[in-house]
Structures are given as C-alpha cells and as structure tokens.
Design a protein around this ligand. Sequence first.
Ligand code: SAH
Length: 228
Amino acid sequence: MTKYYEARSRLVDRLIKEGILRTGRYIEAMSKVPRHLFVWPGYEDYAYMDNALPLGDTGQTISAPHMCAYMLEALKPMPGDYILEIGSGSGYQAALLAEAVAPAKEKNNMWGHVLSLEIVNELVEFARKNISRAGYSDKIIILHKDGTVGYPPYYKKEIYDKILVTAAAPKIPKMLLHQLKRGGMLVIPVGNLYMQRLMIVEKRRDGSIKAKETLGCMFVPLKGKNGW
Ligand code: SAH
C-alpha cells in the first residue's frame, strides 16, 4: 500500500509543478483516490504513471491522470453539486468527482452526488466493482445507458450543476445543454475520431451558452444515438 501511496504523491506533485493541478480540493481528490484500484487487473504497477491505460479488450481506456486533473480544473465541481458523467469506464474520474462534491470533511447532508452513464455492459460491472472496493458506493451511481440523449432520456429540465463527457463527441449533444442548470458547466471533447479540443461550455444565468475551446486531446469515440 505505501508503495502506491508514495507513487501517487509523486504523481500529484508533478501535476502541481506542471501547473495542471492548481486547486486545493482537486489536489486533495487526486491525492486520495487510489487509481491502482481502477486500472485493469495486471496494470496496478502502471497506475501512477501519467498515461492512459487499456481497459482489458473492451477497446476503451482509463484517461491519463493529467487529463483527469485538467478536466477537474475546467469543470470546477463544488461540494453539493449534482454531476452527470458520460463514460464511466473504470469509474476513476467518477471517484475524483465524488471527492470534490462530497468530501469527507463536509457534513453528509451537504454532499452532492455523481451519476455516471456507461454504454458498455462489461464496464458498468467493472466500474461498479471498483467504486465499491474504493469506498464510493454511497456517492456514485453507475447506469448502463447511452448518455448522448441525456438522463432521464430526452428529459428537457435543467437538473445537473455540471456535466462531464469523457469520450470524443462529433458535436455537443443538445439534450446535455437542456439538462444543464443555469450557472452550470459542461466539459466535453469535441472533434473527429483522431483529435479533439476540450470544450468548456457555460450556461449563463439568462440561459445563453458560452463555449470556449481549450487544449487538444485524444479520447475514445462517444457512441450512441448522438455519437459516432
Ligand atoms: N471516465 C473514464 C474513462 C472513460 S473512456 C475513466 O475514468 O476511466 C470513455 C468511456 O465512454 C468508455 O468506457 C465508453 O464505453 C464510454 N461511452 C462511449 N459512448 C458512450 C455513451 N454514448 N454513453 C455512455 N458511455 C459511453
């Protein structure tokens, strides 16, 4: 265990030095979540290298730590937020989000919640197992659903404080904009199958949308009704 603990602190220190990880609550989240419990069996010793890793033969990956950190800083999850994640994969990013919205030091009636959707059944099971053994079952729900139509599907009310998409979208699914609260934030990689830009989309208080393109990135494709 200490071997993993030390490797994790070194990784976090590096992400801070690189200027990617900047905010106290996200530094705490990345220092706390045991990524070695979320990688595919056999990859534990690579868990604290800054790389994406394959999730068995599903063709999907657990994102690289710097990308997870960057998405936390972009999305700005806060204690009490209700968050929708599309693409549970290993469940690692969902656990980071849970640390940010429901930190142990806050009273649990102040806790927010994470709802994470996954389209590949094998990964639904995998993410649930990881989340349970890492101790996040009371903060995260994983559902086997296509996230491109929102959740509940086609429901046009503003229900989520923040939405994070962790697969590459051809364009921003409209239902996600409908389901985002005013003052809320959506972070999503948008582009083609080989290269995307991480978009930070804000829904202003008056309901208007402001989108900003940030760094280039490479995610696995978003599938489903409004995906590839
Ligand atoms: N956030 C994950 C990484 C996810 S990789 C982690 O921390 O490990 C992207 C995931 O999105 C894959 O598991 C893929 O199966 C899933 N996915 C792709 N299209 C989807 C869709 N339309 N709805 C839900 N999940 C989807």
